[in-house]
Every structure is written in structure tokens, then in C-alpha cells.
Design a binder for this molecule. Structure first.
Ligand SMILES: [Fe+2]
Length: 162
């Protein structure tokens, strides 16, 4: 007979769930900030390689939204809430404030790469800390890290001189 009260260990252990929430919440917050700031960059980029950079920034935004959703839903699946309200994101994100207004593409790319690098600090901390805590959640962080590294490369290739 199926026991419908049986749940994964990580769900039934509140310490595990709390730890996962501790390390994935900053990931959700920084990726949500990257969604907003990536759109800002998408709208205001000008100059060299305009259409390629404009469209690539939308890909970065779509990925950030997808990964924020994946990290948030891992926490919720373990039974805890996520706070990614806009005011919370603004208060807690580690991403820097973007320069306002229109901007040449090389500078836009540098600023968005800095946003990705800030998010990667949170993501890589989650990868390291979740290793002992919950490897299923660590896998979420690893997938995000791999994807952010790739998007960073796609952006950096536009401004690389080597
Ligand atoms: Fe657009």
C-alpha cells in the first residue's frame, strides 16, 4: 500500500529545507535583479553590433527568469516560502546599480557581465554550501552556474581583444 505521507528526506527535515532556502534565496534575488537590469540594458544599448547585443540580452533575461523560477520552486518544493518581492530584491541584491539611459554596447556588455559576476558569487556559494546539505538542491545551483558561465562567455566574446 502506498504511504502518501512519505516525503523525501530533504522535505521532512526542516534543517535541510532552511539551509536550502538560505543559500538559494540570494540566487533567486540576484537572478530576478538580472531579469530587470537585463531588460534595461536591452532597451538602451546602442552602437556596435546593436542587433546582436540587443537580442542576446533578451536571451540572458529569459535564462535568468527560467533559473530564478527553478531555484525558487526548489525552495517551495521543500515547504518554505521565497521572498522575491520587488522591494526585497532591490534591498538585498548584490548586483550593482546600472548606469541610466542610452549606452554604447561595449559599456552595456561590461555592466551586464558585472551583474552576472555578482549573481555567480551567490550561485557558486550555493554550489559549495549545498554539497553537504542537499545534493538535489546543489544540482539546481550547478545547472544555473553552468548556464550563467555560458551567457557570460557569449557577452564577453563581443568585447574580448584576445
Ligand atoms: Fe525587446
Amino acid at each position: 500500500m502506498t504511504n502518501t505521507t512519505t516525503v523525501p528526506q530533504s522535505v521532512s527535515n526542516p534543517d535541510v529545507a532552511a539551509g536550502v532556502a538560505q543559500f538559494l534565496s540570494p540566487v533567486v534575488i540576484d537572478l530576478t535583479a538580472l531579469v530587470v537590469n537585463g531588460k534595461q540594458a536591452h532597451w538602451h544599448v546602442r552602437g556596435a553590433n546593436f542587433i546582436g547585443v540587443h537580442e542576446l540580452l533578451d536571451t540572458v533575461v529569459a535564462h535568468a527568469m527560467e533559473w530564478a523560477d527553478m531555484a525558487a520552486e526548489r525552495v517551495v518544493a521543500l515547504g518554505l516560502p521565497i521572498d522575491a518581492r520587488v522591494q526585497t530584491v532591490a534591498a538585498k541584491t548584490t548586483t550593482a546599480k546600472l548606469t541610466a539611459g542610452f549606452q554604447q554596447s561595449n559599456e552595456t556588455i561590461r555592466e551586464v557581465i558585472a551583474q552576472i559576476d555578482a549573481a555567480l558569487v551567490s550561485v557558486n556559494a550555493a554550489v559549495a554550501e549545498l554539497d553537504d546539505l542537499d545534493q538535489t538542491s546543489q544540482d539546481v545551483a550547478i545547472e544555473i552556474a553552468r548556464g550563467l558561465d555560458k551567457d557570460r562567455w557569449f557577452l564577453f566574446a563581443h568585447i574580448s581583444e584576445g
